[in-house]
Every structure is written in structure tokens, then in C-alpha cells.
Design a protein around this ligand. Structure first.
Ligand code: ZN
Length: 318
């Protein structure tokens, strides 16, 4: 879908808004707003307080009722979707049980400490700053959900129905989709990165493929992805094909005795050549390897960033 990729609030249905942050790369996430009469529901906050405040003030300008957010849904536990929670701390905050548990494990103080140490961390530190150096992790308090669910939960915003559907673990431990069936709009969280490589922090990737199938069975016209411009089912078909292809390629390379990083270096990805953040292949392959073999553990976050930094390293001349 060749939609214009503009920054800020975009109406995607009557009283439904996407908040888009180009260019969708590391930390530049999207969010959503559902409004009906005086009631409002926010889908995700952003990576830091300044970005979240900017978003909230733009929402208030467009939708006066958004000066009070009644409900906040966090689609998953990555900081670029929940570190701004304290700015809507009065709202009822809802997430899946697994997301709520994972949010407590990933405080912004850990990100702030890593950014501070990064200058002494060599290649890893450089890569980390390239990904996250633009954000300000100071002053962020962890604000956890008040209410959690497993499987599905239907919320009401005025007369609208918002269906929360847990499809994780996949990208993280507990990924949730927010579907507005009557409006044919889906807020996918990071189950869809549009125009960039996804990253399977948690896996299993087979669950992510199943999540794609679940979305493909939905009657929807617009998907607000977790990152990247507005999307439609075509983007989900591409993502599913990508993961199926990776699985196939990983299986063959695992059988040949390659490490997952060697496999990531050797896979040709012509069909997805224009996708950004190709270094995420290192994590996706490692996650698939851990599904293929009981002896392979998934990467911890530090190993994941080391391997991505190595994969992002420019090839030596010659
Ligand atoms: Zn994200």
C-alpha cells in the first residue's frame, strides 16, 4: 500500500486515529486513539516522556475528549510502547498477563544505564547508540497495568467494541492485537512491522506465523502497524511469507551445521531487499534455531545486540 507516510495523527476511521512516527526504525513506534463521545482509549504510549507528551497534545487538539484518556492498552512490553505510561497514569491500564509480567522486567532505568555505558562498550555500544541514542530515558517511572487478561477481552468505548486478542508469545512474551470489527481497522502492535524486518525476541516464530493467519482471516481494510506506515493485508501476507522462508532456510542451514549467525549472513533476501533493519535477521534466525533444537537457547538481550551489531558491521573491502 503506497500510502503517504506522514508524521503525526491520521484519521483511519470515524473517531479512530493512528499516530505515526517515521521512519519506523528502532524505537520509532506508532500508537492509536479510539474516541466515541466523551470516552477515549489509547493504544500504546511512546519510548520517552517528551515524545509521548507531544503525541498526547496533538490528540487533545484533534479530539478534545482526549484530554482525559479513560483506558490505555499496552500491546506489549517493549519500552517504545509503554515507557510513556506515567503521562496517562489516571487511566485504567490493560494488557495481557504475560505483557504485564514482562513490563516489570524491562524498566527504563536499564535502558538509561546502557545508553550511559555505551561509549565504553565498543562496537556493541556504537550499535546501541545508533538504535537508541535519540531517546531520553531519564525520569521514566514504570507504570504497570491495573488489569490483565489472557486470550481475549472485549472493551467498550462509548458504543464501540474493541476486541483485544492475545497472539503472543511471538515478538515478545505477550503480544496483543486491538480489533475494531465494525470499523474494519486493526491496531496490530509489533506483530506487524511495515517495511522493516520484524524481530522475534521471544518466539516461537511458528506462533507469529499463526498470528499472521489469524489476521488474514479478519475482515479489515486498514492495519495500523507497530512500526512503519499504514498497512493492509498485503503487508501481512509478505510478513508470513518472510517467516516461512526463514524457517525453511534455517532448517537447511541448521542441518548443515552452520551457526545461526552464519545462517543469517548467508541467506539471500531479495524479495525483502527494501526492508530496513536487516540486522534483526540475527535474532530471528537464533530464535528459529532454538525452536529447531533443544540444545540451542534463545539469545539473551545482550547477546542479541552483540550479534546484530556484528551483522550490521560493514563488509571488509575487497
Ligand atoms: Zn516496537
Amino acid at each position: 500500500m503506497a500510502a503517504a507516510y506522514s508524521r503525526g495523527l491520521q484519521e483511519v476511521g470515524d473517531g479512530l486515529f493512528a499516530y505515526l512516527q517515521p521512519d519506523g526504525s528502532w524505537g520509532w513506534s506508532n500508537a492509536g486513539l479510539v474516541a466515541d463521545g466523551e470516552q477515549t482509549l489509547l493504544i500504546d504510549t511512546l519510548f520517552d516522556l517528551k515524545l509521548t507528551e507531544q503525541m498526547l497534545s496533538e490528540m487533545r487538539r484533534a479530539v478534545p475528549a482526549a484530554s482525559r484518556i479513560d483506558t490505555l492498552v499496552n500491546t506489549h512490553a517493549n519500552g517504545d510502547h509503554c515507557y510513556g505510561n506515567q503521562l496517562v497514569g489516571d487511566a485504567r491500564i490493560v494488557a495481557s498477563e504475560r505483557t504485564a509480567a514482562e513490563m516489570a522486567e524491562l524498566p527504563a532505568t536499564a535502558m538509561a544505564a546502557l545508553v550511559q555505558q555505551a561509549p565504553n562498550m565498543g562496537e556493541l555500544g556504537e550499535f546501541f547508540l545508533r538504535c537508541f541514542g535519540a531517546f531520553d530515558f531519564d525520569g521514566i517511572e514504570t507504570v504497570l497495568p491495573d488489569e490483565s487478561f489472557s486470550g481475549e477481552l472485549t472493551l467498550r468505548v462509548g458504543s464501540r467494541e474493541v476486541r483485544l486478542i492475545e497472539v503472543g508469545p511471538a515478538h515478545t512474551q505477550g503480544d496483543t492485537l486491538a480489533l475494531l470489527p465494525a470499523d474494519r481497522v486493526l491496531f496490530s502492535g509489533d506483530i506487524l512491522f511495515n517495511g522493516a524486518h520484524p524481530i522475534a525476541w521471544a518466539g516461537p516464530v511458528s506462533n507469529w506465523i499463526a498470528a499472521c493467519e489469524r489476521i488474514l482471516a479478519m475482515d479489515i481494510d486498514v492495519i495500523v502497524p507497530g512500526h512503519g506506515p499504514l498497512a493492509d493485508q498485503e503487508s501481512v501476507r509478505e510478513l508470513k511469507a518472510y517467516f516461512e522462508y526463514l524457517y525453511e532456510q534455517a532448517r537447511a542451514r541448521h542441518a548443515e551445521g552452520m551457526t545461526s549467525l552464519e545462517a543469517a549472513r548467508s541467506i539471500s533476501l531479495d524479495r525483502w531487499a527494501d526492508w530496513g533493519e536487516g540486522e534483526r535477521l540475527a535474532v530471528n534466525l537464533a530464535t528459529i534455531y532454538s525452536e529447531l533444537s533443544d540444545d540451542v537457547e534463545p539469545l539473551n538481550p545482550l547477546e542479541a545486540f552483540e550479534q546484530m551489531a556484528a551483522l550490521a558491521r560493514p563488509a571488509p573491502p575487497g
